[in-house]
Design a protein around this ligand. Structure first.
Ligand code: UTP
Length: 227
């Protein structure tokens, strides 16, 4: 059975726009999709994490402790998604990719957040995909696709349909794309995916049809990163 790791950005999970309705609709999709494949969901922290990190930074708290607060928020989001999934969610929130792999059970979903300070949940998704030899990573984000430049500032920016790992790497290192590095894919995550040749689908996570196609490994309107 193939494995798919989905990185769900906080901007998708809890933007403050009918979030509970969205989470229930997402859970319904995932419950159907996890029958034929092992699905892992990695939750981001979103604006709630940023809020705590900003306040802590203003107080002069050390960065690793700011990261710890970010991780706590990613885990609250993971817990909320587990509640939406009901008995399809495996009990507990793993704290490492290895633990997540061990917890996997056919027909059920492992949900987690961050692991340790120093990276983002995109990187965690890539580490988990490496650990589980996943067929693909789906980055469920708040933008529709990766672009050659920020389309809000550059109307001539082109939407990218299919790019190579190297092109993604150049894009995230240049910072010239959609709407900020974290919206496309994190640098470390891109590096890990590239070293392991794990394709990445970048889709708008609030578009559940797109998200389903990406999890199934079908053609999407978003961006496919791979060979
Ligand atoms: P996110 O993965 O949501 O970070 O984790 P992000 O990409 O910066 O957020 P978006 O995509 O813009 O919404 C939130 C924060 O939690 C800490 C980091 O500080 C991160 O910025 N974190 C998360 C870790 O330190 N380790 C982890 O494994 C995960």
């Amino acid at each position: 059975m193939e494995t798919v790791v989905v990185s769900l950005g906080g901007s998708v999970l809890i933007p403050g726009e009918n979030d509970s309705d969205y989470l229930l609709a997402l859970a319904k999709e995932v419950r159907a999709l996890c029958k034929d494949r092992q699905v892992f969901l990695v939750c981001g922290g979103g604006k709630v994490a940023r809020y705590y990190i900003t306040q802590g930074r203003e107080m002069g708290a050390p960065v690793p402790q700011l990261d710890e607060m970010g991780i706590m928020v990613t885990r609250i989001n993971a817990r909320l998604l587990q509640l939406a999934l009901g008995d399809a969610a495996i009990e507990g929130i793993p704290t490492t990719p290895q633990e997540a792999k061990k917890m996997a059970k056919p027909g059920h979903v492992v949900v987690m957040g961050g692991t340790v300070p120093g990276h983002t949940t995109d990187a965690v998704s890539a580490m988990l995909a490496e650990e589980t030899k996943a067929a693909r990573i789906v980055n469920a984000t708040s933008v529709d696709a990766a672009f050659t430049a920020d389309p809000r500032k550059h109307p001539e920016a082109k939407r990218l349909k299919h790019i190579s790992f190297q092109e993604l790497y150049d894009l995230v290192n240049k910072g010239a794309h959609g709407a900020g590095p974290s919206d496309v894919f994190d640098r470390l995550g891109a590096d890990i995916a590239m070293s392991n040749r794990i394709p990445i689908y970048i889709v708008n996570g609030r578009n559940l049809k797109e998200l389903r196609l990406a999890i199934e490994g079908k053609e999407v309107q978003g961006t496919y990163v791979g060979d």
